[in-house]
Design a binder for this molecule. Structure first.
Ligand code: ADP
Ligand code: MG
Length: 255
């Protein structure tokens, strides 16, 4: 191995070896000075590492699909304040361990926005984890049965951002509500949670099967939080209507 290759290996430069030839070519074509060349070399290694890190974090995040804020059509959903979403996309809420609650009927883009914010957080280097409520409950109950609840709670407390999707679709049993409460308490003021729900807060007593526990959960969740209350038509139905599957009069929210 020549000296340069061996130095790159010893310095653990993973991406530079493959990029070096073209970087040198570019340097001579563009007549770069030493500084410019060094900058190009270091940027290339950095870009490779950043991309690899992001891919790893996205894999760990277990997002069901990838969506971005740029792909969200705000004109279709005028009840959403773009400024608020832009502010959230700045990720101050993750740094301050605050929560985000996305409320609204099915199809209005709650999961889309939750995923888009999770992608932003992963891009910024934060550890992220996405779970449907159903999956969360199965995971916690299994851990409890197998006497490793504490370890599982720890795993769910580690990520800087935890997305819990679809609260309220299935009512919870008392033991489930109490596991959920313990998780929210563990993460309180330590790490952010993004929650999505089709039920407004008034109905959370019913969702958790107990008004007192619902109040205690909401108290912690909402103490430092942003709530987006999305009122509008389902984007899924819009696409169906466009495709001619539904006629406009079949949906009374048509305007
Ligand atoms: P919800 O979680 O509120 O039920 P989703 O986020 O799953 O809704 O949205 C349903 C589908 O419609 C997804 O494929 C999502 O990407 C898309 N979608 C919803 N709202 C919008 C929007 N305003 N702009 C672009 N795509 C949207
Ligand atoms: Mg959803």
């Amino acid at each position: 191995m020549d000296t340069l290759s061996s130095l790159m290996t010893r310095l653990k430069l993973e991406f530079l070896p493959n990029a070096l030839d073209s970087l040198c070519e570019q340097a001579s074509k563009q007549d770069q000075n030493y500084r410019e060349f060094l900058e190009a070399v270091l940027s290339s290694e950095w870009a490779g590492r950043h991309q690899k890190g992001l891919e790893g974090r996205l894999k760990q995040a277990r997002l069901p699909w990838i969506k971005t804020i740029e792909q969200f059509d705000f004109s279709f959903q005028p009840s959403i304040d773009r400024k608020v979403v832009r502010e959230l996309a700045g990720l101050g809420f993750v740094e301050r361990a605050e929560n985000v609650v996305l409320l609204g009927p099915p199809g209005v883009g709650k999961t889309h926005l939750a995923i888009a914010l999770a992608v932003k957080a992963a891009e910024a280097g934060h550890r992220v984890l996405f779970m449907s409520l159903d999956k969360l409950m199965t995971t916690l109950k299994k851990a409890q049965l197998e006497n490793r609840l504490e370890r599982q709670m720890q795993l769910l407390t580690c990520p800087r951002l935890l997305v819990l999707d679809e609260i309220g679709y299935l009512p919870m049993e008392p033991d489930e509500a109490s596991l959920f409460f313990r998780l929210v308490t563990r993460r309180y003021e330590k790490g952010s949670v993004i929650l999505t729900s089709n039920k407004s807060f008034i109905d959370w007593g019913e969702v958790f099967g107990d008004q007192a526990i619902a109040t205690a959960i909401l108290d912690r969740l909402l103490h430092h939080s942003t709530t987006l209350n999305i009122k509008g038509d389902s984007y899924r139905l819009k696409e169906k209507k466009k495709a001619g599957v539904l006629r406009p009069q079949e949906n009374n929210s048509e305007h």
